[in-house]
Design a protein around this ligand. Structure first.
Ligand SMILES: [Zn+2]
Length: 271
């Protein structure tokens, strides 16, 4: 009798286990609701393995990448905290904690994941980002989305990605190129603080962006050329700004630049 019981218990556990232990997407995406018209997104810094979700193999996928943008999740968290200190309000934050090996949220769905099990993780990221963009647009009428990435090509430079100003259409119409590359712009301020920015240089500056880093799916989906209407910029930080020793300083300097931009271009947005 005890043996039968044990067998039944084993069967029950085996059948019950997958549902009870299935990884929950919300445990693999950090989301912070904000009070400011500023949204931070970090799609490629995830370090967590997701049980039961197979890794992508990339067959037929354009621009297939599974490599981590190292320390961008940590840097974005620090950036959010520093912005809160500077502006006495919270930015909206969406950070992927799952590995890029299972889903790449900066790709269109067909190139982003291969397993039905990975789809809920992709959706959790984009649902949170879409909610942030809609709420900011409704509340303030405009907003800034910074999509934080890392690149290892120009180690000592930050590359700007707005699809050559397309994803910041409303900002450019309202304020001109200086709001994107001038002294009160986010990256213009970084440049003045000693960071090399590509493209950079004298304002007003309408120089073309580095093609490889000119802006991917996230800025293309939520940018101000779309119905979301949020000015969106991909920020590709060179490796030397993302080391364990350096990333807190980079985050602090970036927060200072966001404050300067906010004071010049966002402060008077409707409440
Ligand atoms: Zn990236």
């Amino acid at each position: 009798m005890p043996r039968v019981f044990a067998l039944l218990a084993l069967l029950f556990c085996t059948v019950g286990a997958p549902a009870a232990d299935a990884p929950k997407p919300e445990d693999f995406v950090t989301v912070q609701k904000g009070t400011l018209p500023i949204i931070l997104s970090a799609p490629h810094g995830g370090r967590m393995k997701v049980p039961d979700v197979p890794e992508r193999v990339g067959k037929g996928v354009t621009n297939f990448q599974t490599v981590l943008d190292s320390n961008t999740a940590e840097l974005t968290e620090k950036l959010a905290a520093e912005i809160e200190k500077e502006l006495k309000g919270k930015p909206w934050v969406v950070i992927a904690r799952f590995e890029r090996k299972i889903a790449d949220v900066n790709r269109a769905p067909k190139d982003a994941y291969e397993s039905d099990k990975a789809k809920p993780f992709y959706d959790a990221y984009h649902d949170a980002l879409a909610t942030a963009c809609k709420t900011v647009k409704d509340k303030f009428g405009r907003g800034l989305l910074l999509d934080i990435h890392g690149q290892a090509v120009h180690l000592d430079a930050i590359c700007r990605g707005t699809q050559n100003f397309k994803t910041v259409t409303l900002l450019k119409e309202r304020e001109g190129f200086s709001a994107i590359s001038g002294k009160y712009s986010v990256l213009g301020r970084m440049e003045r603080n000693g960071y090399k920015v590509m493209p950079g240089g004298e304002e007003p500056n309408d120089t073309k962006e580095v093609p490889k880093f000119a802006g991917g799916h996230i800025v293309a989906t939520y940018g101000s050329h779309t119905a979301y209407g949020i000015d969106a910029m991909q920020i590709e930080l060179g490796s030397n700004f993302r080391t364990r020793e350096k990333y807190p300083t980079t985050a602090k300097d970036l927060a200072d630049s966001v404050r300067v931009f906010y004071d010049a271009y966002l402060k008077d947005a409707k409440k």
